[in-house]
Design a protein around this ligand. Structure first.
Ligand code: PEP
Length: 251
C-alpha cells in the first residue's frame, strides 16, 4: 500500500518571517492528519527555521536542489550532508525550472540523485514533457528517457517520482485526471522494467497547477499517489485543503 505523499515547492518565495508565519499556522491546521506524508520545500535560507518549527510534528522538510559533490571549491553550492544538517529528509531533483533555466542535464540529475541517496537523503525526482513534445506525440519517449537516464545505476529506495508536465506548471492549465493517470501508469510500467515488483511500492506524484479544486479528482486516479504543489502551497489554507484531499471510494 502506497501512502499519499503531498509536497509543497515554494520555489524562490518566502523570507524567514514569512516562513515562520506559514509553518506556525499550517502545523495547527494539519495536526490530526496521520495518513499522508506531508513535505515542505522552502528556499535554502528558511530551511533551518522551518526545521526547528516542525520538530516533533510529522511534517518533513525538503530542499529544492542539491549539488553532487560532498564539499570543496564549488562556490554557491550546497551538498547532501549540508541539507541533512539543516534538517532535510528530502531534496527535489530535476525540476523543469532547473533543467530549463540552469541547464541541468539528465547526467547532472543522475549524479545528484546518486549523491543524495549515498547520504541517505530522500529524493523527489521530477520528470515531464513540454507542450511541444506532447503535441508531437513524444510524451512517452521523453518520460522513458528521463527515467532511464536519471535513474541509471540508482538503487530504488526512498525515491518519489514527480510527474510534472511542463505545460501545466504555473500555468493554471492542469492535466486532466485521464492525462495524469495515463502518464503515471506509463511511468509505473517503465519502473517495473527497471525494478520489477518494487515498482508497485513507488510513489508517483503529480505536479502542475494542482489546487484545492482539482486535487480530489487527481487523487482518485489509481496511479496518482500524491502531489507536488507550487503556487497553491504558498497559502496555509489552500495547501491544507490539498493535504486534506477527499479520498475516493476504494482507494
Ligand atoms: C512545481 O513547480 O513543482 C509546480 C507544480 O508548480 P505549480 O503548482 O505552481 O504549477
Amino acid at each position: 500500500m502506497r501512502r499519499p505523499f503531498i509536497a509543497a515547492n515554494w520555489k524562490m518565495n518566502k523570507t524567514i518571517p514569512e516562513t515562520k508565519g506559514f509553518v506556525n499556522e499550517f502545523i495547527l491546521a494539519v495536526k490530526d492528519v496521520a495518513s499522508t506524508d506531508i513535505v515542505i520545500a522552502p528556499p535554502f535560507t528558511s530551511l533551518s527555521t522551518a526545521s526547528e518549527l516542525i520538530r516533533g510534528t510529522g511534517i518533513k522538510l525538503a530542499a529544492q536542489d542539491v549539488f553532487y559533490e560532498e564539499k570543496g571549491a564549488f562556490t554557491g553550492e550546497i551538498s547532501p550532508v549540508m541539507l541533512l544538517d539543516s534538517g532535510c529528509s528530502y531534496v527535489i531533483i530535476g525540476h523543469s525550472e532547473r533543467r530549463q533555466y540552469f541547464g541541468e542535464s539528465d547526467e547532472i540529475i543522475n549524479k545528484k540523485i546518486k549523491a543524495s541517496r549515498k547520504n541517505a537523503l530522500g529524493v523527489i525526482f521530477c520528470i515531464g514533457e513540454s507542450l511541444e513534445q506532447r503535441e508531437a506525440g513524444k510524451t512517452f519517449d521523453v518520460l522513458k528517457q528521463e527515467i532511464e537516464n536519471g535513474l541509471r545505476d540508482v538503487v530504488m529506495e526512498n525515491i518519489v517520482i514527480a510527474y510534472e508536465p511542463i505545460w501545466a506548471i504555473g500555468t493554471g492549465r492542469t492535466a486532466s485526471p485521464e492525462q495524469a493517470q495515463e502518464a503515471h501508469a506509463y511511468i509505473r510500467s517503465r519502473l517495473r522494467v527497471l525494478y520489477g515488483n518494487k515498482s508497485e511500492e513507488i510513489c508517483i506524484i503529480y505536479g502542475g497547477s494542482a489546487t484545492p479544486e482539482n486535487i480530489d479528482s487527481l487523487m482518485a486516479c489509481p496511479d496518482v499517489d500524491g502531489a507536488l504543489v507550487g503556487g497553491a502551497s504558498l497559502k496555509p489554507e489552500s495547501f491544507t485543503r490539498i493535504v486534506r484531499f477527499r479520498k475516493a471510494e476504494g482507494k
